[in-house]
Design a protein around this ligand. Structure first.
Ligand code: 5AD
Length: 360
């Protein structure tokens, strides 16, 4: 199906609540019929969040994980991974590099690592907030309310926790429950919001067993949760995981760049002022121009990796990650050139969602 609408207001009144049309757009494989969707997503992005592309420096601070998610290479039973945990000094050094390179945000990401005690994280957050003007985003998995309260007090600004899929049966099938668990991911997203974090979430596209109607429901949930940040990545099979051994069936949604772009574009249209990255997973399955196309199809954020090179390959959530061996110093001019080649510029400041209000 081709989108017949050329302005955001008409999309809002005529398509936003029409699940059938959204599903037809997601099913469309003929790229020539998708130019109207790309154009509308790009125009809506320009209108609501402007031309700036915000850079978030990603630091993968630990690959220890106590969970057994069926798709992720860091799952605890994967004994082929050499585990690491960065020291407080190493993390703060990476944050200083982010500030030096002019980034507005540092994202501290890890598996669900019980060794990263609340105090360690608070200490890191306090140091970064004292020494820089960076926004600090945490992405540390499903953590307790008390920890989230403490880190917010320490100065953390944002938290990322993808709900991965709105299909609760599929979610349960690929996320073995932890015994002490009281809050679901959706509960945690609500807690984060009440604590005053800017809240990010997102999904994987093309999980075996996922259906197009699930993606339409994902879009509805992005709207309902009023998310500040939304990341969409294609599912990439990891050979050392149970899901990585599952053969894809004909009914499965393709886990390809095109489907991820359609979701990115529609996400821009359902949450026009959110921060939407062109994710590393998209860039991994389209190395040639994955970043540029993502930025032209709704995305306004990129997340260069600042993790020390010696740890990069060990943060093996999926194989073949783009730009794995590029140091921050090599990455920076490259990503700058690629962003500027699309006619956009690198944003200054923290690039929070509330900051976008000034653009409109
Ligand atoms: N393919 C794609 N994305 C993955 N993630 C984890 N494993 C994979 C995989 N095999 C994503 C999840 C998680 C984020 C940190 O990485 O969406 O939330």
């Amino acid at each position: 199906m081709e989108l017949q609408i050329t302005d955001y207001q008409s999309f809002k009144s005529e398509v936003l609540d029409n699940h059938h049309v959204l599903e037809q757009l997601l099913r469309e494989r003929d790229e020539t019929k998708l130019t109207a969707l790309w154009r509308l997503a790009d125009e809506t992005r320009r209108l609501y969040v402007g031309e700036d592309v915000h850079l978030r420096g990603l630091v993968e601070i630990s690959n220890h994980c106590s969970r057994q998610c069926h798709y992720c290479g860091l799952r605890s039973p994967n004994s082929s991974v050499t585990r690491y945990r960065m020291s407080v000094e190493e993390v703060t050094e990476c944050a200083l590099k982010a500030a030096f390179l002019g980034y507005g945000t540092v994202v501290l990401q890890a598996g669900e690592d019980p060794g990263l005690s609340p105090d360690i994280i608070s200490d890191i957050v306090r140091r970064i907030k004292k020494d820089t003007s960076l926004a600090v985003t945490l992405s540390l998995g499903e953590r307790d309310r008390e920890e989230l309260i403490e880190w917010r007090r320490a100065g953390a600004d944002r938290y990322l926790l993808r709900f991965e899929t709105s299909n609760s049966n599929l979610f349960k099938a690929i996320h073995p429950h932890k015994t002490s668990q009281t809050l679901s991911r959706l509960d945690i997203l609500n807690v984060l919001k009440t604590l005053g974090y800017e809240v990010g979430s997102g999904v994987m596209v093309g999980i075996p067993g996922q259906r197009y109607e699930d993606l339409v429901n994902d879009l509805a949930l992005f709207r309902e949760l009023d998310l500040d940040m939304i990341g969409i990545g294609p599912y990439i099979p990891h050979p050392m995981t149970p899901l990585g051994k599952v053969l894809s069936s004909e009914d499965d949604i393709p886990a390809d760049a095109l489907t991820a772009y359609k979701m990115t574009a529609l996400t821009r249209l359902v949450r026009p002022d959110s921060n939407i990255p062109c994710t590393t997973a998209i860039r991994t399955i389209n190395r040639a121009d994955g970043l540029e196309l993502g930025l032209q199809r709704g995305a306004n954020v990129a997340m260069p990796n600042l993790t020390p090179i010696k740890y990069r390959a060990l943060y093996d959530i999926y194989p073949g990650k783009a730009c794995q061996d590029e140091s921050a110093e090599i990455c920076h001019p490259c990503i700058t050139r690629r962003i500027e080649s699309t006619g956009r510029k690198i944003g200054k400041g923290q690039g929070s969602r509330s900051q976008h209000k000034a653009v409109r």
